[in-house]
Design a protein around this ligand. Structure first.
Ligand code: PMP
Ligand code: GLU
Length: 403
């Protein structure tokens, strides 16, 4: 029988998400009865709040179970505009908002609206796993600007300036940052804004962790720096992290009308609207004025202290204290070159593998975030699990030879 023609080059080249892959691997091990503690998934462990669920239940009973307009129901887009104005000082109108099936989907559509083959996109690293792959899916080129804990994981102005070429179209900015927990202060945002304006670039500002900042650091939206920079900015946000609504799949983009219209056309042909019931749940969530966020934020803050102090007490590991989001990005350079059972740990991927096998602790190696030498742990998990995980890591590290 004749074999079918090969899959597309794109399908063959695209890499799986390492965060999702490792999360699935830990879940599979657990299903097999192996006692694994997982720090892989960037997913709140809190239940979706009742005030969001209530909106969904009402929508089901009211029969709001049909297609909606592609960009989302008007009351939700109005509520998003209100939120963006009140919390972020960004003045958008509902026709500039496109609701999607998650922030990941919005970023994909925005990149598709902006990029032609060969265009370059500047991505400060360490960066979230999906940015480079999504840029490559557009046949465009990610250009990395690395930073480390010496500069609080903030990219250097001159390095960013030098990375800009005639093909540069956009900069992806993620603050608070996954995986580092860096929060870009106003001065850094101003530097990026000045580069964007002087080279006429777009900014894709992923603000999905905006509600989670610590130690007095606060989130600022780059688009709020002034009218000009606002016109160059596409703001990305969603319900997943702020409202523990990862499974509901609601995200959105807010940006200049021509970009919103282009994304609307793309989503028309791609997904149509996001789930109607989840849109009503999101509307109900955005209308909530309780102290839910603050209670959740405090719980993350407490866990952050436990995990940072715990990791820093382990020889060979040093952990910068994150200022936002719910991840630590721990430097494991001190473990490289050590041996376990005659095998040398040469990379952070080897370290992650060793921790999974020996300590039964699942973490994501820095290779996935374009910054090897580190491991990422999510602390969106119970205090007791964090304490147990740290104890297991410490024990496994003490067994390494040559430390
Ligand atoms: N941006 C960042 C930085 C993230 O960590 C995530 C979480 N996966 C997303 C976007 C996507 O979130 P979602 O698609 O669940 O809205
Ligand atoms: N954003 C989360 C993470 O980084 C969820 C997984 C994913 O979508 O990559 O772990």
């Amino acid at each position: 029988m004749e074999t079918p023609r090969p899959l597309s080059e794109r399908a063959r080249q695209v890499q799986p998400s390492p965060t999702l892959a490792l999360t699935a691997r830990a879940q599979e091990m657990r299903r097999q009865g192996i006692d694994v503690l997982s720090f892989t998934a960037g997913e709140p462990d809190f239940d979706t709040p009742d005030f969001a669920k209530a909106g969904a239940l009402e929508a089901i009973h009211a029969g709001y179970t049909k297609y909606t307009p592609t960009p989302g129901i008007l009351p939700l887009r109005e509520a998003i505009c209100e939120k963006l104005w009140e919390e972020n000082h960004l003045r958008y109108t509902p026709d500039q908002i496109i609701v999607s099936c998650g922030a990941k989907h919005s970023i994909f559509c925005v990149l598709m609206a902006l990029l032609d083959p060969g265009d370059e996109v500047i991505i400060p690293t360490p960066c979230w796993v999906s940015y480079p792959e999504q840029v490559r899916l557009m046949d465009a080129v990610p250009v990395f600007v690395p930073a480390d804990e010496q500069t609080d994981f903030l990219p250097d102005y001159d390095a960013m300036r030098r990375a800009i070429t005639a093909r540069t179209k956009a900069i992806i900015l993620n603050t608070p940052c996954n995986p580092t927990g860096a929060v870009f202060p106003r001065q850094k945002l101003k530097e990026i804004a000045s580069l964007v304006l002087s080279h006429n670039l777009w900014i894709v500002a992923d603000e999905i962790y905006e509600k989670l900042t610590y130690d007095g650091h606060t989130h600022e939206s780059i688009g709020a720096l002034g009218k000009e920079v606002f016109a160059h900015t596409i703001t990305i946000n969603g319900m997943s992290k702020s409202y523990a609504m990862t499974g509901w799949r609601i995200g959105y983009m807010a940006g200049p009308t021509e970009v919103a219209r282009a994304v609307n056309r793309l989503q028309d042909q791609m997904t149509s609207n996001a789930c109607s019931i989840a849109q009503y749940a999101s509307l109900s969530a955005l209308q909530d004025k309780s102290d839910w966020h603050e209670r959740v934020r405090r719980a993350y803050d407490r866990r952050r202290q436990i995990i940072v102090d715990g990791l820093n007490a382990i020889p060979g590991i040093s952990c910068w204290r994150p200022r936002g989001a719910f991840y630590v990005y721990a430097n494991v350079a001190g473990l490289l070159g050590t041996c376990a059972n005659g095998k040398t740990l040469e990379t952070s991927a080897d370290v992650a593998e060793y921790l999974l096998e020996r300590a039964r602790v699942a973490v994501v190696p820095g290779e996935g975030f374009c910054a090897p030498g580190y491991i990422r742990l999510s602390y969106a998990t119970a205090d007791a699990i964090i304490e147990q995980g740290i104890a297991r890591i410490a024990e496994a590290v003490h067994q390494l030879e040559g430390l």
